[in-house]
Design a binder for this molecule. Sequence first.
Ligand code: FE2
Ligand code: FE2
Length: 147
Amino acid sequence: MSDYFEWDVAKYGINVPAMDHEHEILIGHMNAVHSLYLAGASPTEVGAALEKLAAYTRKHFADEEAYMERIGFPELRVHAGIHKQLLARISAFAAEFARTSTLSDEFFSFLKMWLKAHICGIDVKYVAHTVPVSLDSAAHGIKLQHH
Ligand SMILES: [Fe+2]
Ligand SMILES: [Fe+2]
């Protein structure tokens, strides 16, 4: 089965390697939920994949917010607010799945919207504030303050 979303740097890459890497993993978790659900996996398996997606999303949002903080991105609060709303929706879908063992089309459109509108529309906004990292600092995570 082909992937629901394929990581494509030309489509989703925002030129911040650490965040591109996390977005790629995120897409992998979305694909896992989608393919398990379509393959008729048990609710336990699908629920576990959903939980992994939610957990990775929390990690990614926290990392991204820490990154925006480090680069002094002025719209951090607005962006963090959007993250909160996305997390609330994921939790709501997960709760619905726990009750009904069903993932609606709305859930999958939500994932599509998330990637297209959020990564390509909102995440790209902090890129302009990114300063180049040296190879050395890149190897130690993201360290962007000039010293
Ligand atoms: Fe992101
Ligand atoms: Fe984001």
